[in-house]
Design a protein. Sequence first.
Length: 354
Amino acid sequence: MKALVLSGGMGLRLRPFSHSTPKQLIPLANKPVLVHVVEALKSLDVTEIGIVVGDRPEKIAEALGDGSELGVRLTYIQQDAPRGLAHCVAISRDFLGDDDFVMYLGDNLLTEGVVEMAREFRAHRPAAQLVVHQVADPREFGVAEVDRTGRVLRLVEKPENPVSDLALVGVYFFTPVIHQAVAAVEASTRGELEITDAIQWLVASGADVQARTYTGYWKDAGRIEDVLACNRELLDRLKPAVDGEVDAESELIGTVVVEAGARIVRSRITGPAVVGAGALIEGSSIGPHTSIGEDCLLREAQLSDTIVLDRATVQGVRSIRGSVIGREASITSADADASHRLIVGDHARVEVAA
């Protein structure tokens, strides 16, 4: 079985970060979302992975290389514009050949994995097997209507009056028959080839389409709030490790990871938290659920529930919470009597204390 990871899209909900990097490279617990996805696929014993890339393929290739460091083989497939999930399958035909494959959205986090579902798919090989998750408000999702055996009867996109609470979560198992379905459907009203239309074509044709319910933690890391939530979830699963330097005046409380080359000086870090390689934290207080990227500088700072990306600087600023600080960004304090001075890029969002 091969894998197809979808990593195109504009990432509009993650601006301004998606201006400079694909949304699938946003780090969660100091590891890009895409790396979490590739590791999940490797746990299924899938090592041949195609990655559909959009307008910045070089960024993804730089982060993942040929996949050898992750124990997989990667093939990059260029999509000229976001034209739908089924279009991704169509342009990947040469890579996929006549093999079964799992299609995985590159910004999805399923912490419990889908190993059992993959094993069941391999054993029974329905035409398609969808991973679904019970949600409180199905009207926000594509929804699968299924019978008592798990056979899919119908797919409905964002139904006004849902008869099911089983949302599609962005992981699909397919046999090669999906290529016939993709070729048979036309673009939707929004101009895209929809994978739900292709799967519905299979259902209408009498093919065996199954749904299996995933009960673990699932989130689409498509908004800043979701990124922070995923970061918290992964940090809660950390195992402590101190490979960097922690001086005698510093204190580590709870689960803390200090990567090689990082230095902690006269600071307190309350986990779960991770400090990236080469970072310097001095005279600071770092609260739970905080990720500090590589080569960052934090001096006389106070942060919690925050993601600080590589090479950012925070100096003399207190009470930062629930924030994401971009690569090479600089946040410094002003004189007590001074007004706020902000240099804010397009699509940024800033909240300051009144």
